[in-house]
Every structure is written in structure tokens, then in C-alpha cells.
Design a protein. Structure first.
Length: 80
């Protein structure tokens, strides 16, 4: 069994950008379950280490209950 690792993810919806960290076994697993998310391989220069650390502290678990930006993704699937 592969251990989960943190992946920085972004979601663009209605001219807004949402960011977070998802704990998953692979980038492919995220793309399969949440194809609307973009996996970002490097922290953008504009994102502070403090902001990134906050995302890590509140990481989404790929096997957990959707909340936060994942609720926004689910709502986008059914339309605004």
C-alpha cells in the first residue's frame, strides 16, 4: 500500500482561484477522483511559506468527507 503524501492543488471557478493541499497516494489518484483540480508541483512564488503551511495543516484527505474547496468543486459539477 502506498503512503499518502501532500499535493498542492488549485481550482478555478467563476473567476476565482481556490487553493489547498490534498493528501493522496498519487497525482493520478487526485486527477481520477477530482479532475477539476490542478495539481501544482511547486509552490507559486506569490504564496508565502506561512500560507502553504496553513494549507498543510488543513489538508484534505482524498478518502475523507468533502469540505471547503471540494464542496465548491462538487457544486460546480451541478452548475452555479
Amino acid at each position: 500500500m502506498t503512503v499518502k503524501q501532500p499535493f498542492l492543488v488549485a481550482f478555478e471557478y467563476m473567476r476565482a482561484g481556490y487553493w489547498g493541499v490534498m493528501s493522496a497516494r498519487s497525482e493520478a489518484e487526485i486527477k481520477e477522483r477530482w479532475p477539476e483540480l490542478t495539481v501544482v508541483r511547486e509552490r507559486p512564488k506569490w504564496m508565502s511559506q506561512e500560507t502553504y503551511a496553513n494549507y498543510l495543516d488543513h489538508a484534505y484527505d482524498i478518502d475523507g468527507q468533502p469540505h471547503g474547496i471540494l464542496d465548491i468543486v462538487l457544486n460546480s459539477r451541478t452548475g452555479p
